[in-house]
Write a protein that binds this ligand. Structure first.
Ligand SMILES: NC(=O)c1ccc[n+]([C@@H]2O[C@H](COP(=O)([O-])OP(=O)(O)OC[C@H]3O[C@@H](n4cnc5c(N)ncnc54)[C@H](O)[C@@H]3O)[C@@H](O)[C@H]2O)c1
Length: 328
């Protein structure tokens, strides 16, 4: 891989990927980050990299097909790594239209660019949520059926199908990855972990859907960045890889860990935060459990998660505590 066009690189995972790749001694190419800068973007996620000689930021919408094609030609792009999306399930329940526009039409627009420049490899970042919900047991694999349950996951599923169909019809070089829930520094504070940390620090209620029994498999964002890089450099054209953290927790179990990590960090008591827990009406159609079997990427490409939840949460709590004190 020489020159990469990263979409959505000012967001949580895209920026972690850019930081990860630009630090690699084995990467000598350049990264062009195309991001629309929606509410979820945070340019500070790339502090320290803005003036990197092999990094360039361009504010644009991925639906600007001709403009993206021109960038690819001018910047001699070899691969597109596609993160850009609307990503918050609750927002998709309020209004699906922005999700269709960014996730479905936006992905199609990029595939049209690759259709015109078929030497460009296209890696599509997707989610385990396309597989729907598991019961108490079992795991998602690359062979699981698609059963998206939220407007968000339905648009991600649609984008996966477009990638597969374009690759098949036009013989394009593509790969897809489905990842479990990510956590780490720089996530927009509407998602579970940053909301809980920031509300604890501000002594505000900690809202938990239903009884907090929904289970997710958590992966530290840097492990996801490394998995994507592994797929880009060693993956096989046309393949799908599922990426999980081997760290399944219910929401109440995760909150307990966050609280304990915070109590150590602030020197406060866990009870002071526990008192803030507040159960709220469940999310409509809330998926019960997601869990990924990552055997394929582990066996075929040698990737494995290396961050433990303890270490990752400590780093995440430190980052939000510092971010919060900067805001005050
Ligand atoms: N966060 C997770 O736990 C998770 C898990 C699995 C997969 N994913 C997938 O990973 C990708 C990145 O997720 P994230 O959590 O970093 O998201 P995010 O919401 O933090 O960032 C999304 C970024 O995309 C940009 N963007 C949105 N629409 C755009 C458009 N039309 N044109 C250009 N840029 C646009 C935004 O400005 C933002 O910077 C998404 O595709 C998401 O579906 C996320």
């Amino acid at each position: 891989m020489n020159n990469l066009l990263v979409t959505g690189g000012a967001g949580f995972i895209g920026s972690a990927f850019i930081r990860f790749v630009l630090r690699l001694s084995s990467f000598a190419g350049k990264i062009v980050n195309v991001d629309k800068l929606t509410y979820a973007a945070n340019e500070n996620n790339l502090n320290g990299f803005q003036n990197h000689p092999r990094y360039r930021f361009i504010q644009a919408d991925i639906n600007q097909t001709e403009f993206i094609e021109r960038i690819c030609l001018e910047q001699e792009i070899d691969a597109i790594v596609h993160f850009a999306a609307e990503t918050h399930v609750d927002r998709s329940i309020v209004s699906a239209a922005p999700f269709v526009e960014a996730n479905v039409l936006g992905t199609m627009s990029l595939l049209e660019v690759v259709r015109k420049c078929p030497y460009i490899h296209f890696h599509h970042i997707s989610t385990d949520e396309v597989y729907g919900s598991l019961g108490e047991s079992g795991y998602f694999t690359e062979h699981s059926n698609y059963r998206p349950n939220s407007p968000y996951s339905a648009t991600k599923a649609a984008s996966d199908h477009l990638v597969r169909a374009y690759a098949h019809t036009y013989n394009l070089s593509t790969t897809i990855s489905h990842c479990s829930n990510n956590y780490g520094p720089g996530q927009f504070p509407e998602k579970f972990i940053p909301v809980m940390i920031l509300n604890c620090l501000a002594q505000k209620p900690l809202p938990i859907y239903g009884r907090g029994v929904n289970v997710r498999d958590w992966l530290y964002v840097e492990d996801h960045a490394r998995a994507i890089w592994t797929i880009l450099t060693q993956g096989k054209k046309g393949q799908t890889y599922d990426i999980g953290g081997d760290t399944e927790l219910s929401n109440v179990e995760l909150l307990q860990q966050i609280i304990e990590t915070l109590a150590v960090h602030t020197g406060g008591s866990a009870q002071q935060y526990q008192k803030l827990i507040h159960f709220v009406a469940d999310r409509p159609g809330h998926d019960f459990r997601y869990a990924i079997d990552s055997s394929k990427i582990k066996k075929e490409l040698g990737w494995t998660p290396i961050w433990t939840l303890d270490r990752g949460l400590k780093k995440t709590v430190q980052w939000y505590a510092q971010a919060e004190s900067r805001m005050i």
